[in-house]
Design a protein around this ligand. Structure first.
Ligand code: ADP
Ligand code: GN1
Ligand code: MG
Length: 351
């Protein structure tokens, strides 16, 4: 199967070494290595999540053309066109794409140094800044309403109404806790209607393993571009807070390990503002700290809804996996809220 796919991408012969790669939750990813240094990343797009892979390819082409024209030195990991001229190949009903493997790069799954938070924030900030002159409305929504918290609340309520009674019982306390944070969703629904909140080109999945680092720990580029689409900057900074501030990830079952590190917050704020400080309006900046609550809460709801929906979206490696992830995120949310005033102070003091 791989041979045929690789041939469609103009990679002839059968000497390719193919190994599963990375730890993403959504797509299937393989590293394809040749005899020399030549290497690629092959991905099978999860069409359960991305219903129209053509939208992704069309978006990336528009962004690639714009960046090549305006900032030619910028490292944008664009899909390699296949023999058919498209960025996608269909094989046995599955969609595949190929990108260059960025040599001497690595990803990390958990941050061990606040410097990484700063570097990653610079990468995501730079991406949005370089596309500030690009009309975001040209982009397709590869997942409609992806970061629409109002819709996520509605999906949660729908999941509650149709869940299996055993799961409902096991999740009862977590459901109650999730329902205690509805103010976060109310703020979002006001924001979504506020004309002062512009739609920018946003990455929408800023977890740390979507940034490639070089051997010295410097950020090289952003990857995992499937969710590049119009959105609020809060999505990107919020998901960084969700995934960078705690030394424990969403997979951690020992919740005592979940803490919120002030120096990581400062570093990510500094890195993002270094790129976006002159682009964001005062109104947008006033939402910096809220952004963390918005995304952490939304992720808790998404995991909890998936648990109630029998793990159809994220899958589960053990029974109760998504319930545990939701509880983990609610713990993170509580710890984040406890730091809110301190974080507002950091934002105010920033020069
Ligand atoms: P997913 O949507 O499943 O998270 P990603 O696009 O993030 O898929 O890819 C999964 C992992 O593969 C990344 O975290 C990274 O480790 C690795 N990877 C992806 N693209 C590249 C690339 N172009 N060069 C080097 N490594 C890559
Ligand atoms: C998914 O693709 P990946 O594994 O980086 C998800 C994100 C979630 C994340 C939680 C398209 O990200 O929205 O925040 O899992 N991506 C999609 O780990 O749903
Ligand atoms: Mg990824």
């Amino acid at each position: 199967m791989f041979q045929q796919i690789l041939h469609s991408f103009n990679l002839p012969g059968d000497g390719w070494h193919i190994q599963p790669f990375g730890s993403g939750l959504i797509n299937h990813t393989w590293k394809v290595s040749g005899a020399g240094a030549e290497a690629y990343i092959l991905q099978r797009i999860n069409t359960g999540v991305f219903k129209n892979p053509g939208h992704i390819a069309a978006n990336l082409l528009l962004v690639q053309n714009y960046l090549e024209q305006h900032t030619p030195g910028y490292l944008f990991v664009a899909p390699i066109p296949a023999k058919n001229g498209e960025g996608l190949v269909i094989h046995d009903g599955h969609y595949y794409r190929l990108t260059p493997f960025i040599q001497n790069s690595h990803t990390v799954n958990v941050l061990t140094d606040s410097h990484q938070a700063c570097e990653a924030a610079k990468q995501f900030g730079q991406f949005t800044r370089l596309l500030n002159g690009f009309n975001a409305a040209q982009l397709q929504y590869t997942i409609p309403d992806f970061h629409n918290l109002t819709l996520r609340v509605a999906q949660f309520e729908k999941a509650l109404a149709s869940a299996d009674p055993i799961r409902l019982r096991k999740a009862a306390e977590t459901i109650k806790e999730a329902q205690s944070h509805t103010a976060i969703a109310e703020t979002f629904s006001q924001l979504a209607q506020n004309k002062q909140m512009p739609l920018r080109v946003i990455h929408h999945d800023t977890k740390i393993n979507n940034v490639l680092f070089d051997a010295t720990g410097k950020g090289l580029c952003v990857i995992d571009l499937d969710t590049v689409m119009p959105g609020f900057y809060s999505s990107d900074v919020g998901d960084m807070m969700r995934t960078y501030l705690s030394p424990a990830s969403e997979e951690e079952q020992d919740f005592s390990k979940i803490t919120v590190r002030e120096e990581y917050f400062s570093a990510l704020h500094r890195g993002y503002m270094q790129q976006m400080g002159e682009v964001l309006s005062p109104f947008e900046k006033s939402l910096f700290v809220y952004s963390g609550k918005f995304i952490i809460y939304m992720q808790a709801l998404r995991f909890l809804s998936d648990y109630l929906n029998n793990d159809t979206y994220y899958g589960a490696k053990y029974e109760g996996h998504n319930l545990m992830r939701a509880q983990n995120q609610l713990m993170l949310l509580a710890k984040y809220i406890a730091c809110e005033d301190k974080f507002e102070q950091i934002v105010r003091d920033f020069k």
